[in-house]
Design a protein around this ligand. Structure first.
Ligand SMILES: [Zn+2]
Ligand SMILES: [Zn+2]
Length: 365
């Protein structure tokens, strides 16, 4: 089968023939149909996040289960599944208390880039085994993953749209609905409206935000934010976003700020944009070495700042619901997709992302 392999940071992905081992206990083989192109992949490709090489990257996959290994009970061949960027073991303390995106196994999977529970890798070229980003490795025709790494969805959901629910879109929606718990009428500002930020706009709208503000430097993103429900847009090239947010919220600052740019200085602006007692959610991924600073006094005023992993979703419950919302026409995730590419064009897809030509793109396998 074909896969896109990264041999060294800052080099193009190599599309090449590789071999795939059979699924072992609790593993499944998925024939991928579509994979979202996510900025997180790029962070690993650029070496901003450490990971072993060679590696098959890609993690927003949607496809059909082709084979199951011994002991698999949650899916069967023929099921349509979406792979999740955050794995949940179902047994650790965080899974037990209903916070599966904080599963302790996640850090191991991210650092090791192999299947959960240190189960190794299933993709290889001769004797050389390849890492699988997030235990997935979705820029490939097929992948072998743990059964708990996927969620089954309805058969009629279009794979080339719902694949985005595997990471970025749910991170944005969940940052608003789960992490910030936006309530009807609240003022919400979203900094950085790429795929995650626009999804945060959709999530905030869905939760009934009363005054929804989007901040970005590119006009096409701001236009889309408006189309998805933003009441006001701010371009930091033209005006100071923090001052403008205050002005738009009656001098107070917003109830909720969501940072989806993954830039340390923007995180500080996001925190400065909320009023006393407000909440700032960091949904963007800054480079591992980035440092931010906040005045401790502001915390005495009851301001909260928190991060989110995949929008604190409970995948097995939230993903099928969000798919239903999309299918009913109430969650226009497809509007985020500017372009589709083939697996052979995966490097072009990342160029388009870096050149800011796309909001989101999808690889059709
Ligand atoms: Zn767990
Ligand atoms: Zn992602």
């Amino acid at each position: 089968m074909k896969a896109a392999v990264l041999y060294e940071p800052n080099t193009p992905l190599k599309i090449e023939e590789v071999e795939l081992d059979e699924p072992q206990a609790n593993e499944i083989l998925v024939k991928l149909e579509a994979v979202g192109v996510c900025h997180t992949d790029l962070s690993f490709m650029k070496g901003e996040m450490p990971v072993g090489m060679p590696i098959v990257i890609g993690h927003e996959g949607c496809g059909i289960v082709e084979k199951i290994g011994p002991g698999v009970t949650s899916v069967k061949p023929g099921d349509k599944v979406i792979s999740m960027v955050s794995f949940s073991c179902g047994q650790c303390r965080f899974c037990a208390e209903g916070r599966p995106t904080r599963c302790t196994e996640n850090v191991n999977i991210m650092m090791m880039a192999e299947l959960p529970f240190f189960a190794g890798k299933r993709v290889h070229k001769g004797d050389q085994y390849m890492h699988q980003l997030f235990g997935l490795g979705s820029f490939a025709e097929k992948c072998v993953v743990h059964e708990r790494a996927v969620v089954k969805v309805r058969d009629d959901a279009p794979s080339d749209v719902v694949c985005l629910l595997g990471c970025g879109v749910t991170t944005g929606i969940g940052a608003a609905t789960n992490t910030a718990k936006v309530r009807p009428g609240q003022s919400v500002v979203v900094y950085g409206v790429g795929g995650v930020g626009l999804s945060a706009v959709m999530g905030a709208k869905m939760a009934g935000a009363g005054n929804l503000i989007a901040v970005a430097r590119s006009q096409n993103k701001l236009d889309m934010a408006k189309e998805l429900g933003a009441d006001h847009v701010i371009n930091p090239n033209d005006e100071d976003p923090v001052a403008k947010v205050k002005e738009l919220t009656g001098g107070m600052g917003a109830d909720v700020a969501i940072e989806a740019a993954g830039v340390a200085s923007v995180m500080e602006q996001s925190f400065a944009s909320i009023h006393n007692g407000g909440i700032c959610v960091l949904a963007g991924m800054a480079p591992m070495t980035a440092i931010t600073s906040f005045a401790p006094f502001e915390f005495l005023l009851g301001k909260t700042i928190t991060g989110t992993v995949q929008g604190d979703i409970i995948a097995s419950i939230d993903i099928p619901r969000l798919v239903d919302r999309y299918m009913e026409g109430n969650l226009p995730v497809d509007k985020l997709i500017t372009k589709t590419f083939s697996l052979d064009q995966v490097n072009e897809a990342f160029e388009a992302m870096e050149n800011k030509e796309v909001l989101r793109s999808v690889i059709k396998i």
